[in-house]
Design a protein around this ligand. Structure first.
Ligand code: F6P
Length: 328
């Protein structure tokens, strides 16, 4: 017979993302609504191994919905990759009478959660929290919308100076394996070219396109480069290459970096976090496990964690087409 759910835990793991606090709040408030006890685990799996657990209730999560980062902190744990580490983590759960775990994180965190579940049968529900939007089973991950707007605002500012000096800027945005941020901020900020890992446009085409832009009368240009683009060159090497081949261009480079992970979450991310947090708790109450909560066509949907980790969230070809047309 299934054990009655009395106490749940929530943790944030992997790279932080705006909206994680809103999701922690939603999980804790939903637990309180359904008369469950709840705790927060600090520093992800590492904190769990070390017993860094604190009782949280509806009031302890007040005024965090608007905060960036994660009040529970985040970490990547090498020890959790070992059986011994996971056994220690399980002992902490038993000691604290925790019978369900919500993990807010990316695919690395979900993989850890699945292995943990297989070994120790602890119910796990995942909430996709990463600015990269690279998780299968959801149209949007938590933090992505905020990161898009953060990056786009900065790129707008870069456009001001690029246009004042008739310069070409290479702007690197985050996305180690995915081009969602690059593609969408590129369209949003009116970039001339966008380089993403999913599509290798090749250096010749880049040169041709920049040359065409110049000839068509454009005085400044922006090339948005995803961190993980497939040209095989760093953004600085790319800039040097273009400057050597198109000496008419005065080229500069700007790397946006971790600023994209911070800041107050957008309204979209706060509402998404609230919806996902409530669903995660309801799934645990229904005796479900190894599922990820996502949003598909504006409806909350669940996906097997295994599938969420194995499959890739693909770039929408329609958006790619729009970006081509817009850079004419
Ligand atoms: O959160 C995802 C991500 O932003 C990636 O795009 C990036 O490559 C990575 O995190 C960097 O994370 P860290 O600096 O924490 O290793």
């Amino acid at each position: 017979m299934r054990k009655e759910l009395k106490k749940i835990a929530v943790m944030t793991s992997g790279g932080d993302a705006p909206g994680m606090n809103a999701a922690i709040r939603a999980v804790i408030r939903a637990a309180s609504y359904y008369k469950l006890e709840s705790v927060g685990i600090y520093r992800g799996f590492q904190g769990l191994i070390e017993g860094d657990v604190e009782k949280l209730d509806a009031r302890s999560v007040h005024h965090i919905i608007q905060k960036g980062g994660t009040i529970l902190k985040s970490a990547r744990s090498k020890e959790f990759r070992t059986v011994e580490g996971r056994k220690k983590a399980y002992d902490v759960l038993v000691k604290n009478n925790i019978d369900g775990l919500v993990i807010i994180g990316g695919d690395g965190s979900f993989t850890g959660g699945m292995i943990f579940n297989k070994e120790f049968d602890i119910p796990i529900i995942g909430i996709p929290g990463t600015i990269d939007n690279d998780i299968f089973g959801t149209d949007f991950t938590l933090g992505y919308d905020t990161a898009l707007n953060t990056a786009m605002e900065v790129i707008d500012k870069i456009r001001d100076t690029a246009s004042s000096h008739n310069r070409l800027f290479f702007v690197e945005v985050m996305g180690r394996d995915a081009g969602f941020i690059a593609l969408n901020t590129g369209i949003g900020a009116g970039a001339e070219e966008i380089l993403i890992p999913e599509e290798d446009m090749g250096l010749d085409r880049l040169l041709m396109s920049l040359e065409k832009s110049r000839r068509s009368g454009k005085t400044s240009s922006l090339v948005i480069v995803a961190e993980g683009d497939k040209t095989g060159r760093s953004v600085f090497e790319l800039a040097d290459y273009v400057e050597e081949n198109l000496p008419e261009y005065d080229v500069r480079v700007s790397i946006l970096g971790h600023m994209q992970r911070g800041g107050s979450p957008s309204c979209f991310d706060r509402v998404l976090a609230s919806r996902m947090g409530v669903k995660a708790v309801e799934l645990l109450i229904d005796g479900k496990s190894n599922l990820m909560v996502g949003l598909k066509n504006n409806k909350i949907a669940t996906t097997d964690l295994e599938l969420a980790v194995k499959e890739h969230h693909r770039i929408n070809k329609e958006i790619l087409r729009i970006s081509d047309i817009m850079s004419v």
